[in-house]
Design a protein around this ligand. Structure first.
Ligand SMILES: [Zn+2]
Length: 479
């Protein structure tokens, strides 16, 4: 070996040794020190962590045992605070037509102000605007969450909701999905105001074939198990899993189908009564096992049910959140309010009993391993279910129903990220993931209501201090 070669080898060896012991300082845009990170997957707190953020991403998380150093322009001392991943509201609506476009846009900061950094828009009539807002949000020009959107809903002829794509027959299913693919929507949402069972199942089958995620409301003329077998990815609300928990699901479904051609078809609420009387937790458990096995998620939306069930009696005029909702959207609340006012006492009571039954479904679903997704159903027409605030209420209800705070927290973080195939970048506080974070004053694992004790929200590395969050609210407040 020549002298020169030996020298080079030594230099390389020395270099390697040197880089091991005294590593270069990490370059950061933002560093959060003394953080208590809430590990949502394990349901525990990791104390004394330093979170290194660069280019909107968590570069590294270091503990007190590592010697890594960093250079940063900005630091947040999170001593005594709890850091959770940015929250996901897995069922919201941006809708109401062109006249309510601006008011819908004004709802977006409400999500950020409430620590919600991602929403799943479950269909509506504002998709072109949603795409434009999404661009502005991702470019950092307006405050709002990442939006994952179904675009227009699919439904039958003359559907309830404006802007839905009508799919009258099975033959028209491919064209409907073609148009959704052309719009580049994130998933397919089916609504059941007039859609036939055949068309519903055909959509699920075709969406599965095309690799499109599909979820929905489902006509009672078909069985959830059949939709699951064809590849249904999520069932919105609990009505459909509830139906599949009836010991008489087959005969009730047949009776509903047979009644369709008669002068007195069995309506949705009549069917609910039949199902309620025959709901059997053991049958339901089999359904939940199937959902877990086939990866069919559920969005229980417990909170909106309780709000709507109380609509007839509750005075919302002094709600703290009402001033943040535009006049036009408040007008849309009338539809549900007037229908609630017409509801006879007995049917209000029944809906309350039903909601109580829905609550009993949550723990066995969790136990079976069903992916539960927290969703508020906030949006125009859904009276007094305020964007942002309502997700926290949903989390409280999931805990009331029997989830632990950690399990509830997962329904609004990692579960949604996984369900929507974004867990690589979202859903936990880990190196390599987006710096979408919420700093809380108190530990949410001790009481889920602590998700409301928001001190700071970080969206893709952009910091919203408590004061900034107040300002976001102030900006959209009605004068
Ligand atoms: Zn909805």
């Amino acid at each position: 070996m020549s002298k020169a070669t030996t020298y080079i080898i030594l230099l390389v060896l020395f270099g390697a040794l040197f880089s091991c012991t005294v590593s270069k300082p990490l370059e950061a845009d933002l560093v959060i020190t003394n953080a208590n990170i809430v590990d949502v997957q394990e349901g525990k707190v990791l104390p004394n962590k330093t979170i290194i953020i660069k280019d909107g991403t968590i570069q590294e998380i270091i503990g007190t045992d590592t010697k890594a150093t960093y250079k940063t322009a900005s630091t947040i001392d999170a001593a005594g605070k709890y850091v959770i991943p940015g929250l996901w509201d897995n069922h919201v609506h941006l809708r109401g037509g062109p006249a309510l476009e601006e008011e819908n846009k004004n709802l977006l900061p409400l999500y950020i102000a409430n620590g919600i950094t991602t929403v799943r828009d479950a269909g509506g009539d504002l998709y072109p605007s949603i795409r434009a807002w999404r661009k502005q949000i991702e470019a950092g020009n307006i405050a709002g969450p990442h939006i994952i959107s179904a675009g227009p809903k699919l439904d039958g002829p003359n559907p309830t909701w404006e802007g839905s794509i009508e799919v009258p027959t099975v033959a028209e299913v491919p064209a409907a999905l073609d148009s959704l693919q052309k719009l580049d929507v994130d998933f397919v949402k089916i609504y059941d105001s007039t859609i036939s069972g055949d068309v519903f199942l055909a959509i699920v089958k075709e969406a599965e074939k095309r690799g499109m995620q599909v979820s929905g409301h489902m006509p009672f003329t078909i069985k959830l198990g059949d939709a699951i077998d064809l590849g249904l990815d999520a069932t919105e609300h609990l009505y459909y899993a509830f139906k599949a928990g009836s010991a008489k699901e087959d005969s009730i479904t047949q009776a509903i189908v047979a009644s369709q051609a008669t002068a007195k078809p069995i309506g949705f609420y009549d069917a609910l009564h039949m199902l309620y009387d025959t709901y059997d937790p053991q049958v339901a458990a089999r359904t939940f096992n199937l959902m877990a096995e086939k990866n069919t998620a559920v969005v229980p939306t417990l909170y909106i049910s309780s709000v709507l069930n109380n609509l007839k009696y509750e005075d919302h005029s002094q709600d703290a959140y009402l001033p943040y909702i535009g006049e036009g959207i408040i007008k849309t609340y009338e539809r549900r309010i007037s229908s609630a006012k017409r509801q006879p006492e007995a049917s209000v009571q029944f809906m309350r009993d039903l909601n109580a039954k829905f609550h009993t479904m949550v723990p066995p679903m969790q136990k079976a391993g069903v992916t539960i997704l927290a969703g508020s159903d906030a949006g125009a027409y859904n009276s007094y279910v305020y964007p942002g605030q309502s997700l926290h209420k949903e989390l409280e209800m999931l805990v009331e129903a029997g989830l632990t705070p950690a399990q509830a927290l997962r329904t609004a973080t990692i579960n949604g990220a996984r369900f929507l195939n974004r867990a690589q970048n979202y859903g936990t506080v880990e190196a390599g993931k987006a710096a979408d974070l919420v700093l809380l004053d108190k530990n949410p694992l001790e009481a889920i209501s602590n998700t409301q004790r928001i001190q700071t929200v970080i969206f893709g590395g952009k910091v919203y201090t408590h004061q900034d969050l107040q300002q976001l609210l102030e900006q959209v407040k009605r004068k």
